[in-house]
Design a protein around this ligand. Structure first.
Ligand SMILES: Cc1ncc(C[n+]2csc(CCOP(=O)(O)OP(=O)(O)O)c2C)c(N)n1
Ligand code: SF4
Length: 255
C-alpha cells in the first residue's frame, strides 16, 4: 500500500476514535449518525474523553450510549435536562450534555428543558429537530410544520386543530440563563463544519460555567417523512429552514 495515501496530511475522513464498532441502528440517511460523529470529535478534540457524560433520551437516539465510548446515563422521556442538572451539580468538572429529539425535548420534556435553561445550568443540550416523532412511527410533534403530513395529521397540520409549530430554540435564546443558543444542520460539508463549531462552543461554554447552551440541529427523518435521504435533505432545505432559520440566536460567551 502507498503510505502517502494514508499519511495524516492527506487524511480527509476518519471515524472518530471515540466511535466504537457497534453497528448503528439508525436508518441510512438519518441525521443522528452525523451528529453523533461531531459530538465524538469535539469531545476528543477537547481532551474530555474521560470526563464527558452524555444523557441519552427516549426516541431514536435512545441507544446513543452504545456508539460513543464515554460515560452515559439514560433518562426517562423528556427528563434528560433534569438528570444532567443533577450530574453536573455533583461533578462540576465533568462535561455534561444531553442529546434529545424534538418529541423528547419540545413536547414531553418542555418543562425540564425550559427550567434547566432558565436556571442557567452548566450543561449543553444537543437538540435534534426532525419535525416528527421518529421512533414511534412519525407522529406529529410540536415542531411539525403547518401543512406537513404526519401519521397523526394525515391531511397536514392545521393551526385550528393542532396549534402552531413551536420555535423552542427562539424561546431558549430569550431566557436569562442561556449563554449560547444556535441552530445548525448537517446536510452539507459546510453545514457540518458549522454545526461542529457550534457544538464545540456549547461544550466549552458549559465547562467555563457561563450558563446553559442549546444547539438545535435541523434534521431529517427520511423514514418518517417517507422520502429518500436525498429528497429528505431537499425537503428540509426547502421547508424547514424558513421556519427554523440557521445561525447563532444568542452568544454572550466571548469564546
Ligand atoms: C412519557 C412517554 N411518552 C411517550 C413515549 C413513547 N415514545 C418513545 S420514543 C417517542 C418519540 C420520540 O421522538 P423524538 O423525541 O422526536 O425523537 P426521534 O425518534 O425523532 O429521534 C415516543 C413518543 C414514551 N416512551 N414515554
Ligand atoms: S426513524 Fe427517522 S429519526 Fe429514527 S433512525 Fe430512522 S430516519 Fe432517523
Amino acid at each position: 500500500m502507498n503510505n502517502d495515501i494514508i499519511s495524516p496530511e492527506n487524511l480527509v475522513y476518519a471515524k472518530p476514535e471515540l466511535m466504537n464498532d457497534t453497528p448503528m441502528h439508525y436508518c441510512a440517511g438519518c441525521s443522528h449518525g452525523v451528529v453523533h460523529k461531531l459530538v465524538a470529535e469535539v469531545i476528543a478534540e477537547m481532551g474530555m474523553e474521560e470526563k464527558a457524560i452524555g444523557v441519552s433520551p427516549v426516541g431514536c437516539a435512545v441507544f446513543a450510549y452504545r456508539y460513543i465510548d464515554i460515560d452515559w446515563q439514560e433518562a426517562p422521556h423528556g427528563r434528560a435536562p433534569a438528570l444532567a442538572t443533577g450530574i453536573k451539580r455533583l461533578w462540576p468538572d465533568r462535561l455534561v450534555f444531553t442529546y434529545q429529539g424534538d418529541g423528547d425535548l419540545a413536547c414531553i420534556g418542555t418543562a425540564e428543558t425550559i427550567h434547566s435553561l432558565n436556571r442557567g445550568e452548566h450543561i449543553a443540550i444537543i437538540f435534534i429537530n426532525n419535525a416528527i416523532y421518529g421512533m414511534t412511527g412519525g407522529q406529529m410533534a410540536p415542531t411539525t410544520l403547518l401543512g406537513q403530513k404526519t401519521a397523526t395529521c394525515p391531511f397536514g397540520r392545521v393551526p385550528e386543530l393542532h396549534g402552531y409549530p413551536l420555535n423552542i430554540t427562539e424561546l431558549a435564546a430569550r431566557l436569562e440563563g442561556t449563554c449560547y443558543v444556535s441552530r445548525q444542520s448537517v446536510e452539507t460539508v459546510a453545514a457540518i463544519h458549522k454545526a461542529k463549531k457550534a457544538i464545540r462552543k456549547a461544550f466549552e461554554a458549559s465547562m467555563k460555567g457561563l450558563g446553559s447552551s442549546l444547539v438545535e440541529i435541523v434534521s431529517t427523518c427520511n423514514s418518517g417523512w417517507k422520502l429518500t435521504p436525498v429528497k429528505a435533505n431537499e425537503w428540509m432545505q426547502e421547508h424547514m429552514f424558513e421556519k427554523y432559520p440557521k445561525g447563532d440566536l444568542k452568544d454572550t460567551t466571548s469564546l
